[in-house]
Design a protein around this ligand. Structure first.
Ligand SMILES: C[S@@+](CC[C@H](N)C(=O)[O-])C[C@H]1O[C@@H](n2cnc3c(N)ncnc32)[C@H](O)[C@@H]1O
Length: 175
């Protein structure tokens, strides 16, 4: 992860993978009886994927997106049963239009993305949501603290995860 960070710091966004504590906090709203798809955006080497899978009745329900080719190869070696798309998350609106999605879990490097890109991806998440969908997201700052005021979405839960480097703030949103 450090090597990849040094090569493309803006895309990778962190020198270490997320902790299991952060992975658990991000995936805690996944209903264990989940029957529709779960999307994970920016899967990297899969530390959050591992926590999501613990909550899912079947790995087939999960689809992950990761844009970095080398991270995709490492991910596939660790999670051969998970559907990983080597795609840019800015395309989710078209890639998943019409799909029923229960959870969208995201660990994109928001701190280094242009704000307009973060907002575009967030708007696409809302467009993919139905009344059951939970959008779970984190940042290392308070970037998402006012998104429920800016967008037609409710903040259903939030908390800090100190056992992560750097400490992170997790938000769960729903329509
Ligand atoms: C902060 S890392 C998180 C990796 C891993 N999920 C974790 O928690 O350790 C952000 C990940 O998002 C990926 N990424 C960045 N921009 C992306 C995009 N537009 N589409 C898909 N993946 C992207 C990066 O390649 C990187 O693996």
């Amino acid at each position: 992860m450090l090597q990849r960070f040094l090569k493309s710091p803006r895309t990778i966004g962190s020198i270490t993978p997320s902790s299991a504590f952060l992975g658990r906090a991000l995936s805690e709203k996944i209903n264990q009886k989940c029957s529709n798809s779960v999307l994970e955006l920016g899967a990297g080497t899969g530390p959050i994927t591992a926590q999501i899978l613990k909550r899912l009745p079947s790995p087939e329900l999960l689809t992950c997106l990761e844009v970095n080719q080398q991270l995709c190869s490492r991910f596939r070696a660790s999670f051969p049963d998970v559907n990983l798309l080597e795609k840019d998350c800015r395309e989710i609106g078209t890639l998943f239009a019409g799909h029923k999605i229960d959870n969208i879990v995201s660990s994109l490097p928001y701190r280094s993305l242009p704000k307009s890109t973060t907002d575009t991806i967030f708007e696409q998440k809302i467009s993919l949501s139905n009344s059951q969908t939970v959008i779970s997201i984190f940042s290392y700052d308070f970037l998402f603290s006012d998104y429920h005021r800016r967008y037609p979405i409710r903040l259903i839960d939030s908390r800090s995860v100190f056992l992560n480097f750097p400490p992170a703030k997790v938000y769960h949103f729903a329509l």
